[in-house]
Design a protein. Sequence first.
Length: 369
Amino acid sequence: MRIPFYTGEHQNQRLEAKLNERLRRVVQSGSYILGKEVRELEERIAEFAKVKHAIGVANGSDALLLAVQALELEPGSEVITTPFTFFASTACIARGGHKPVFVDVDAKTFNIDPSKIPASVTSKTKAILPVDLFAQMAEYDQIIPIAKEYNLKIIEDSAESFGMSYAGLTAGSAGDVGVYSFFPTKTLGCFGDGGMVTTNDDRLAEIIKKCRVHGSGKKYHHDYIGMNSRLDEIQAAVLNVKMDYILGDIEERAKIAALYKGRLQNIPQISLPLIDSKASPVWYVFSLQCENRNALQAYLQEQGIGTSIYYPIPMHLQECFKYLGYKKGDFPVAENLCDRALALPIYIGMTEDQVDQVCGAVKSFYQRH
Ligand SMILES: Cc1ncc(COP(=O)(O)O)c(C=O)c1O
């Protein structure tokens, strides 16, 4: 039995009748961009994330760009962030005209290590951009006081962390501004690209609403140099259907993660993901750290099991960020994770037998290596 790294097939089968009905209504409505479905989704997500404003945009990467733009930081400001993330988290800083300044991550949580932030603050530092990676949010109980002390804004890259919370804070609500990605593989995913910006700040919300439509509040009057980053009705309709089941989906992911944890204990060559005691996780990604990672991945592939490496190259060693002047060895924890991380399949409808098959293959690999 082949096990893909991700498939939306089972979830879509379960929801087929509801999706068909809702999508049919959109087709018949004649309204395809920023309409009724988007407004409904924005209201539901604002309530779910416990924020005042949720603003639908075209994808999570744009959500980050809009978040950075709305903060109106002085050009060339330094923004402290993590090198162990998806490209968009760093790109938004550079594309906003600012300088990414990396701080290493915590080996246990994979998130930015708050204790290392103060040493990187300079007179040019204006914001921190933590990323809530894989299953848990960053340590905002430490990050927020640091931001207050140095008068820094917080841009929460919560693209992966829908439904998570940390010390009473919901993902997307921990910073001045947060973002979600609704890329299909995400915990809440649509049938293409989709994203959202979240904030409690009325002024930021107003700027972002304008900037997603070319910086215009009134047609053909442009207050900002914005972009075209609007959420489609079709994507919002899919997300509205999935929102009805989101808590059950989160629970199902938790059960799969618990099965993995139970079956993969006591294999000396792997470390299982560790969750901070203040975090309430959502298992978007189940990532191991393992010895002989590339050979394990190839072996699993031969057994018909899909896996993914999040992330093979840290941001400070990417070609396009060479100009920042970092070198190999600057962030050893992140670099080590890039060499050892391997994400196992996790998706709605994954069965216990499939988890057994994956775990059996991992064990048989290490019996030989
Ligand atoms: C941490 C992180 N930030 C940003 C993004 C960008 O989101 P999108 O793919 O919707 O543009 C992603 C999603 O892949 C992500 O994982």
